[in-house]
Design a protein around this ligand. Structure first.
Ligand SMILES: [Fe+2]
Length: 256
């Protein structure tokens, strides 16, 4: 079994992920070459630009799986959504229009706006938790407020949220500032899983495998293994015990 990618925009024509089936199949080939064997496909939902209803995503995912099989691409896909923080979430849940990271409806990929943590975030998290849902905050390292005030991510984790760090952030593809933020969060033990958040983009490779190898090099194979195990737990709807605490960096001895 290869890597489990919990966040990617592989489905064609639903959001800003991929403009065509051909482009999606190409990106899926990149995913497999990168070492990914299972991917939760997560088009945007309830953000300002995109609404992708559960039924639409489920149909698109089975259509995409058939195309993958036909093309001989060894990738298993599961339907998901990247749910934007919105006051429409509870109504969407009531209407059974939300896809989770797992089939049992335990983990929801939750995206905050990139500039801030809105005042009603905690109250929404509480309401989700009261329905038995654990939010997984996606790419906190790309949220300006969480980067400026790391203790606010700590608050969300204390409430019981999990977090997903984006592979390209950790590798520096989005620039030094995002890389620094991702590394600080990972080093502080604030990351639960790493995912690609892959879109079809020129000059951007599928980078989950590279990020996992970098993580293993930086913090040891045990930490990288935990990240991958957590991705499997989330996909299976199994409990993730996040005892987040600073990760001990490898000691480097200098020779005199
Ligand atoms: Fe995304």
């Amino acid at each position: 079994m290869g890597y489990v990618d919990l966040h990617c925009h592989l489905l064609p024509n639903l959001d800003d992920g991929s403009p065509s089936m051909a482009a999606s199949l190409e990106l899926a080939r990149d995913a497999v070459a990168d070492g990914v064997s299972h991917a939760l496909v997560t088009p945007h939902h309830l953000n300002r630009r995109y609404v992708n209803h559960k039924e639409t995503v489920m149909q698109a995912t089975s259509y995409f799986q058939a195309a993958l099989n036909e093309a001989g691409i060894d990738l298993t896909v599961f339907p998901g959504q990247e749910v934007h923080l919105s006051n429409k979430i509870l109504a969407a849940l009531d209407q059974d229009d939300i896809l989770f990271a797992d089939e049992g409806g335990r983990y929801m990929l939750l995206e905050l706006p990139s500039n801030e943590v809105p005042h009603y975030t905690k109250s929404m998290i509480y309401q989700l938790q009261s329905r038995g849902i654990t939010p997984v905050i996606v790419h906190p390292e790309r949220n300006n407020e969480l980067v400026a005030h790391p203790e606010r991510l700590a608050d969300l984790l204390e409430l019981g949220c999990l977090s997903q760090i984006t592979a390209s952030s950790y590798l520096g593809t989005f620039g030094k500032d995002v890389e620094r933020a991702a590394r600080l969060m990972v080093n502080a033990g604030q990351g639960t899983v790493m995912a690609s958040d892959a879109h079809v983009m020129e000059k951007r490779d599928y980078e989950l495998g590279a990020a996992m190898r970098r993580l293993a090099k930086d913090l040891g194979r045990k930490v990288a293994g935990d990240y991958q195990q957590n991705a499997k737990y989330i996909l299976n709807g199994d409990p993730v015990r996040m005892t987040w605490e600073p990760i001990k960096q490898k000691k480097r001895f200098w020779l005199f």
